[in-house]
Design a protein. Structure first.
Length: 237
């Protein structure tokens, strides 16, 4: 299972270009959104973040936190676009912020089955924070899935051809089964002919009786011979 991070950022320094009142408004809305986010009230948090972006649409703190909300609420594609929009600004972020951003960007790519892109994001995250075991785990998982994908054909056309072959094979097997069923039905309808190789029950009984009689005679002869030999070995003292 892929591991996720949902750390909220309040450190991006992008407010310097706003008037003081605008800075305060964005800061207050972001803090309110963060509080709601931690309480898992994601819909309300999203409203505050979007209001903050109306005041300053380029505020990276709010963009990052809004992306986290979108990811939490299963809107990974939209979240991925926001993460990607922040990727060119990694040099302006602290190592922790950059690691969180690229980790989450990797997760959105992973969920979209864009494994190669996810791998690159995870690698970038590990460059910023080499000790992060969650990112390392996700990287290994993405690499394993990509390797398996390549081993299993790696191409849509090959996969389609394999599916067509399997379908033809299944059809042939079904036809053979139908033919066998029809043959069995025909055999059941036809009167059964006596098999020359099979002996009748009466013949078998006669043979068995003859064998038993021969065995009895042989046993009697053997007992008589043993009695005679036994008597010849005795001595009178």
């Amino acid at each position: 299972m892929m591991r996720s991070k949902y750390l909220l950022s309040i450190l991006f320094a992008t407010l310097f270009c706003l008037p003081l009142w605008g800075q305060k408004q964005v800061r207050d809305l972001t803090r309110s959104g963060n509080k709601l986010y931690r309480s898992k009230e994601y819909s309300k948090a999203e409203i505050d973040y979007r209001k903050a972006l109306e005041v300053n649409k380029s505020d990276r703190t709010t963009i990052f936190n809004l992306a986290n909300v979108l990811y939490r609420t299963d809107r990974g594609e939209e979240a991925g676009k926001l993460y990607q929009s922040l990727a060119p600004h990694l040099s302006l972020l602290s190592p922790t912020e950059a690691a969180d951003l690229t980790h989450n960007a990797g997760n959105t790519a992973f969920r979209a089955k864009q494994l190669e892109q996810a791998i690159e994001y995870y690698k970038e995250s590990l460059r910023r924070r080499p000790s992060d075991e969650d990112t390392r785990y996700n990287l290994a998982l993405a690499q394993k899935l990509l390797e398996d994908q390549k081993k299993n054909g790696g191409g849509g056309q090959d996969q389609k051809q394999d599916q067509d072959k399997d379908q033809q094979k299944d059809q042939q097997q079904d036809q053979q089964k139908d033919q066998q069923k029809d043959q069995q039905k025909d055999q059941q309808k036809q009167p059964q002919q006596p098999n020359q190789d099979q002996m009748s029950q009466e013949t078998a009984n006669r043979i068995l009786q003859a064998l038993q009689k021969d065995e009895k005679n042989t046993r009697q002869k053997l007992e008589q011979a043993q009695q005679q030999r036994g008597r010849s070995r005795r001595k009178n003292w």
